[in-house]
Design a protein around this ligand. Structure first.
Ligand code: PCA
Length: 328
């Protein structure tokens, strides 16, 4: 499908160029770094978004995605866009919670645990997040949730007592804090690197979706997935604000339209992918199921603590976001 769209986009670009007598010099290509593997649904949505913009602008603005952290590693993508090294890219925004605590709104344990609640939370957060990003020279295009986050281990875990001293792969401050609270040892590793980290014992556990576990074939090293449904973090596609302001209105309209479609498509794919990936983990021999009551109860206590900590670090802005979420 993507290939076909790309071919269509290229054909459109050529015919539009011929029809308008445009010169090659007037067409522009934007490279779009993405952190996750090409086969992941976020990357598939990104590729469709890119084809949509390319086709919609008749090739005047072509977008070329670079998945798997191949152009910039996940942790570098936001800065690369802010500083104009690239004009557009995708990033897990909660990875930057240490810059601004508000970025962690989607990684608060047990605040929004279903797709419907995640959508409600996003509706409440979109306005404030757009402002924060604008102040960082970024224009927000769209955001897509990961499926809910569960705990991966290489042994049976029934309580926090069983987790002591385990090396835990983290991807943002919330995941590192969860490790700390449970007596584990957090080590920050990008998804692109985790298969190797698990194989070499640098990490022995993580919290993530079935989707990332499936992408990285974690059954080669890990054995248990507890579907604790902690939160649904989001990936964001952002444009450098100066580059955005430099586009003419019709190009901006195409991008905005393609972003709306991408957000819908991304939501749908995330929901569809959840069951498939959890089934795949089980099909490869992993235990996939809920956590026991003791463990789930202990995690909920950490969740309450982390919610209080987040509210403390975000102050009035965080409280306003939660109030808007609860009012919906
Ligand atoms: N996968 C990403 C973020 C959340 C998820 O499900 C990761 O593990 O890096």
């Amino acid at each position: 499908m993507t290939k076909t769209l790309k071919t269509m986009a290229a054909t459109c670009a050529v015919s539009a160029g011929m029809a308008l007598g445009a010169t090659a010099a007037s067409a522009e290509t934007w490279d779009m770094p993405m952190a996750y593997s090409a086969t992941n649904f976020h990357s598939a949505v990104g590729a469709e978004f890119a084809a949509c913009v390319t086709a919609g602008t008749g090739g005047e603005l072509a977008i070329q995605t670079h998945p798997g952290g191949s152009l910039f590693a996940g942790g570098e993508i936001k800065r690369a866009i802010q500083t104009g090294q690239v004009n557009i890219g995708e990033r897990l925004l909660s990875g930057h919670q240490n810059e601004n605590a508000l970025f962690g709104f989607d990684s608060i344990p047990f605040l929004a645990t279903s797709f419907a609640d995640s959508e409600k939370l996003w509706e409440a957060a979109k306005g404030p997040l757009t402002e924060v990003l604008n102040a960082q020279n970024l224009h927000l295009l769209y955001a897509v949730p990961w499926p809910s986050q569960g705990l991966y281990f290489k042994k049976e875990i029934n309580s926090v007592a069983d987790m002591q001293g385990i090396k835990f792969r983290s991807y943002n401050s919330a995941t590192a804090r969860l490790a700390e609270l449970s007596g584990m040892l957090p080590v920050q590793i990008e998804a692109a690197e985790i298969s190797q980290a698990f194989a070499t014992g640098v990490a022995e556990s993580m919290i993530s979706s079935g989707s990332t576990g499936y992408d990285r074939k974690v059954w080669e090293s890990l054995t248990h997935f507890y579907d604790v449904q902690a939160w649904l973090p989001r990936n964001y596609v952002m444009v450098n604000l100066d580059a955005w302001n430099g586009l003419d209105a019709s190009t901006q309209n195409v991008m905005t339209g393609c972003s709306i479609v991408a957000e819908y498509a991304g939501d749908w794919r995330s929901i569809e992918y959840t069951k498939f990936t959890l089934n795949q983990l089980a099909a490869h021999g992993m235990f996939v199921g809920p956590a026991g009551d003791k463990l789930q109860g202990e995690l909920k206590e950490f969740g309450a603590k982390m919610t209080a900590e987040w509210l403390e670090s975000t102050g009035a802005a965080g409280q306003a976001l939660i109030d808007a979420y609860n009012a919906n």
